[in-house]
Design a protein around this ligand. Structure first.
Ligand SMILES: [Zn+2]
Length: 462
């Protein structure tokens, strides 16, 4: 190696070390770029001024030049200054306090008090901490305490006592409720698409349950269908939703058909979803699954007209001419469609995990109806006949809960209530408020962020 080359190498080495040194110094513990260089310097200026002062004799120790710029916000009211800082990855609260111009002694005392309520080493990055200062004579400030959230509903505060000691306490946080509006497009099922758009799972479950009376989510909802959701949820100080959310309004557009649902209080603490016309969406099973029928035999013990002895009549009979259409009492799946001994031609529909209905003595089934067919409420499934053991043409109708027959005329199901008069007027008022709230929130969200991936769909036409 020539001398010249050695010289260059030494120069590069020295330059490198210098650079590394400056860089390390400048990098410091702070995340804010502009402050990296100045933080430690200012801190060095403050510290010697405080050194040697008997802390205990001072009620407050003045801070000459607090680093305002390290705070994300600052508010002053009645001489109390609240400065908010956000802990960055790898930072400790101690380093931030010291970096904020608070002496090491005071920082240590405040941290000691804090430790009684929570582990300061386990404060997650991103957590906001509010430092409290009091403005005294000559504009001098003194550190009087701090506040931070331990959990979404618990606030830890550290307060300075007059004798220079610090004390901590824990308070409940009253969370602010906020409304959120989401307008999205179905990509990969309504549930996944909702989650992707930030809708809480609980809200999606309520929505799916509500619409299950009129929509078959597995078969009818397709890619490109749209939805709207307005929900309410408590939020923490970082604006994140906390705890259960309440669905206030939803709209589902399936194949060009728009189905809105509005949350309405029907009784104290009891809510149901209503459609735009003010009718409850939850549908009960049809009590009479055929038109122009008369009840000819009730549910209960009776003397059997053909068999001649007393036995339980596990359904109700409706007398009607042969060929009268029979309707599905509710949306569901055909579980059985065929001959079944005394029942004759028989259909059983499963409406959900617990509830089924059965129809007997049919003359024939509706065209194409077989086991596994999905039916909607009110759809014609077959026709009145007198097959099996029957004295005359009638429909024998059963409601089964957990596979046991119950009285179809007494079974308690949803109200299917419709609003009228002043209630309907109040509902229509509420409905328009819901829509204006929804549109305002959507406009706000669109103004705040342009979501490239989830470009909001165009407004539903109403
Ligand atoms: Zn019967």
């Amino acid at each position: 190696m020539s001398v010249n080359r050695l010289g260059i190498s030494v120069f590069l080495l020295i330059a490198g070390v210098c650079f590394a040194f400056v860089y390390a110094f400048a990098a410091g513990p702070r995340p804010e770029g502009a402050l990296r260089l100045f933080g430690p310097v200012v801190q060095a200026l403050i510290e010697p001024a405080d050194k040697g002062l008997p802390e205990e004799t001072l009620a407050v120790s003045p801070i000459a030049a607090p680093l305002r710029t390290v705070f994300t916000s600052e508010k002053e009211q009645d001489g109390v200054i609240r400065r908010t800082l956000v802990l960055a990855q790898g930072e400790t609260l101690t380093s931030r306090l010291v970096g904020s111009g608070i002496t090491r002694t005071e920082t240590a005392k405040a941290m000691e008090a804090l430790r009684a309520r929570m582990n300061p080493r386990k404060i997650p990055s991103g957590r906001k901490v509010v430092l409290l200062f009091r403005r005294g004579e000559g504009g001098l400030e003194s550190f009087t305490g701090l506040e931070l959230r331990k959990t979404p509903v618990k606030l830890v505060s550290v307060e300075r006592l007059s004798e220079g000691k610090f004390k901590s306490r824990i308070k409940d946080i009253v969370l602010e409720k906020r409304r959120f509006a989401v307008r999205g497009v179905v990509r990969n099922g309504i549930y996944e698409s909702g989650l992707k758009n930030g809708v809480p799972a609980g809200v999606l479950n309520t929505m799916i349950k509500t619409y299950s009376y009129m929509v078959d989510f597995q078969r009818e909802v397709r890619k490109g269908d749209r939805f709207e959701v307005l929900y309410e949820q408590a939020t923490d100080d970082e604006g994140k939703g906390v705890g259960a959310a309440t669905l206030i309004y939803a709209a589902l557009q399936v194949g060009g058909k728009i189905m809105p649902a509005y949350r309405v209080a029907v009784l104290k603490d009891s809510y149901e979803y209503f459609n735009a016309a003010g009718r409850s969406i939850r549908k009960s099973l049809l009590r009479t699954p055929l038109k122009a029928a008369r009840l000819t035999s009730k549910f209960g013990m009776r003397r059997h007209p053909i068999l001649g002895y007393s036995r339980m009549h596990k359904g109700v009979d409706f007398g009607a001419p042969i060929g009268t259409p029979i309707y599905a009492a509710g949306a569901g799946l055909v579980e059985y469609a065929g001959a079944r001994s005394g029942y004759g031609r028989y259909i059983r529909l499963r409406h959900n995990k617990r509830v089924s209905t059965a129809y007997a003595h049919l003359s024939r089934f509706a065209r194409g109806l077989t086991r596994g067919t999905r039916v909607k409420q009110g759809q014609v499934i077959g026709y009145v006949g007198k097959t099996g053991i029957a004295t005359g043409p009638h429909l024998h109708y059963e409601v089964l809960i957990d596979k046991r027959q119950v009285n179809p005329l007494k079974v308690k199901v949803a109200t299917n209530a419709a609003l009228s008069g002043t209630q309907l007027a109040a509902f229509q008022d509420w409905r328009s408020k819901v829509h204006s709230t929804f549109e305002a929130l959507i406009a706000e969200a669109q103004g705040a962020v342009k979501l490239a991936q989830n470009a909001p769909a165009a407004a539903f036409s109403r």
